[in-house]
Design a protein. Structure first.
Length: 336
């Protein structure tokens, strides 16, 4: 099936001369061609602009240059705002799209009228596009259990543990993009546009996926936005008890702040979604308990055990931790 909807690509650049040529060639070689490519450059000082102008002779590129630079999140917001087509694809400057990427994602949106956003997997490669024998989803722990939860309508629950949606794998309807911008920049320094797009769509279960790698996702030292390395959580009760109290509480307080900011932003700007934020309210309460433990250990018992009984220690278990990590976290909260 060839989609009848029009296609825009929002591509953001900043000193991407080393890789942008290959990315534009991969777009040129798509089985389904885009109707427009909106490129917003963030004040590049290398040959990025010259390369883009070369491709503007053979691709439907509309070029904008920001000076001073807007930064990654606001640059994507600006690029999206300039897109005119039915479907909008996000593109980084340093990846490589497989030839059927646009066609596959566009077909998905054409045939899934209940979904506003779709994303795919990606294959991790080095800066020379050599395979690293690992997929994006393996790296970020979007595996069978999380996929099954997602398919049961629990996308928000999965995303509250950690974002599983990478911008360069995303396509969305223009009607949704209008609702998603402006992107909130006050939530947390590490909460960026792809996390917001995914979370907003998940509130109404309007985000789907294709379990196929349609992008070669480069790993290199100069990435503006890359994969956050996720280490396995090493929980030892002895270290939890001996380390300074503020050191233990700090990450919980940061997460409480992040999710509180998200909850407030949705309530203030999307009142129609207020009834769908119960999961956000639960995770705020979870980190309120963990981040505000009484110094008196006896006074901690009831709120901690109530939090455990509600399933929150299991629900928000650290990615990659062993099954017993839940119980070590519980003991640490009780006795630290």
């Amino acid at each position: 099936m060839i989609p009848i909807s029009t296609i825009s690509i929002a591509l953001c650049t900043h000193n991407g001369g080393k890789f942008i040529r290959e990315q534009l060639r991969s777009i040129q070689d798509q089985t389904l061609k885009p109707n427009e490519i909106i490129i917003c450059d963030d004040d590049s000082s290398d040959d990025t602009v010259a390369i883009i102008k070369q491709f503007a002779e053979i691709l439907p590129i509309t070029f904008y240059q920001n000076s001073p630079a807007l930064g990654t999140v606001k640059n994507f917001e600006y690029a999206i705002s300039k897109c005119n087509s039915d479907f909008i694809f996000l593109s980084d400057q340093d990846d490589f799209w497989l030839p059927n990427k646009i066609e596959k994602l566009a077909n998905y949106l054409e045939t899934h009228a209940n979904h506003d956003v779709v994303f795919s997997n990606a294959a991790l490669v080095d800066e020379n596009l050599q395979p690293l024998n690992l997929t994006m989803w393996e790296k970020i722990h979007f595996k069978e259990e999380e996929i099954e939860l997602w398919q049961k309508g629990k996308a928000l629950d999965v995303l509250l543990i950690s974002n599983r949606v990478t911008g360069c794998t995303v396509a969305m309807r223009k009607s949704f993009a209008k609702k998603a911008i402006p992107f909130p920049t006050h939530i947390h320094p590490n909460f960026i546009h792809d996390g917001w797009i995914a979370l907003l769509a998940s509130l109404t279960n309007q985000i789907g996926f294709i379990n196929e790698s349609l992008v070669l996702y480069r790993q290199h030292d100069n990435q503006q936005v890359g994969i956050v390395e996720r280490e396995r959580e090493k929980i030892h009760v002895s270290s939890r008890i001996s380390r300074p109290r503020q050191e233990k509480l700090k990450p919980f307080l940061e997460k409480e702040s992040l999710y509180t900011n998200l909850l407030n932003h949705i309530h203030n700007n999307y009142p129609e979604l207020k009834s769908r934020t119960k999961a956000l309210q639960i995770i705020v309460e979870h980190y309120q308990v963990r981040g505000n433990l009484e110094e008196n250990r006896w006074k901690r018992i009831f709120p901690i055990l109530r939090n455990f009984y509600r399933g929150n220690y299991h629900r928000y278990q650290h990615l990659g931790s062993d099954w017993y990590g839940v119980y070590l976290a519980l003991l640490g909260d009780l006795f630290e």
